[in-house]
Design a protein around this ligand. Structure first.
Ligand SMILES: O=C(O)CCC(=O)C(=O)O
Ligand SMILES: [Fe+2]
Length: 196
């Protein structure tokens, strides 16, 4: 696989992912993420489901699950046909973990980071699927930073777009979602991972 691969999720599957239904699943408050400097507030809403990897509190990485009190939330039924589709379609180990991020305000963002690789399955990729409130408003961008002096790779997060990344894009590059520069559609991102 190329390090970043983009493809569109078939409409039969997107039709089963209703924006309003998933928006209702949003936690009440912004969560906290574990960082090398301790727990810091996230600038978006997020929730993790499925396999929770053991957490190393010293690790320099964002860890979206198992913070404070590691616990296992099963992946909600709404997302299972999408996960089965991805597991059937994509090479590599099956996904067993899902982080849902909800971006409400234009100022919500996901800081540039590398995903936690501890206990990630060998040869794993991460797939991020985008669900937008409306196609009439601007889309946010998912940005990859291959290195300090290399140009950024900016991917407009249109509805139904799946961005799959592995190899150095996963293990060495960093990625994030900056604040929207113009009024943007509310966005839900579903990020699938495979942990041992
Ligand atoms: O919302 C996004 O597209 C980024 C999410 C992300 O990087 C993550 O959950 O690790
Ligand atoms: Fe990430």
């Amino acid at each position: 696989m190329n390090d970043i691969h983009k493809h569109q999720i078939p409409s039969e599957i997107m039709d089963g992912l209703k924006f309003d239904v998933i928006w209702e699943m949003k936690p009440i408050t912004h969560g906290k993420v574990s960082h090398n400097k301790g727990m810091i507030s996230a600038h978006r809403f997020y929730q993790s489901y499925g396999k929770v990897p053991p957490m190393d509190p010293q690790a320099f990485s964002y860890m979206f699950a198992g913070v404070e009190e590691p616990k296992f939330n099963p992946i909600p039924d709404e997302f299972l046909s999408l996960m089965e589709y991805l597991n059937k379609t994509l090479d590599g180990p099956d996904y067993n973990q899902l982080v849902v991020n909800w971006y409400e305000e234009d100022t919500d963002y996901c800081p540039i980071h590398r995903d936690c690789l501890d206990n990630m399955s060998d040869g794993a990729t991460v797939s991020i699927v985008n669900i937008l409130e409306s196609e009439d408003l601007a889309s946010r961008e998912l940005v990859f930073r291959p290195g300090n002096y290399k140009p950024l790779i900016k991917i407009p997060c249109n509805n139904g777009l799946c961005v799959t990344f592995g190899g150095v894009a996963l293990t060495e590059w960093r990625h994030g979602v900056p604040e929207a520069k113009e009024p943007a559609a509310r966005r839900i991102s579903l990020s699938f991972r495979s942990y041992l």
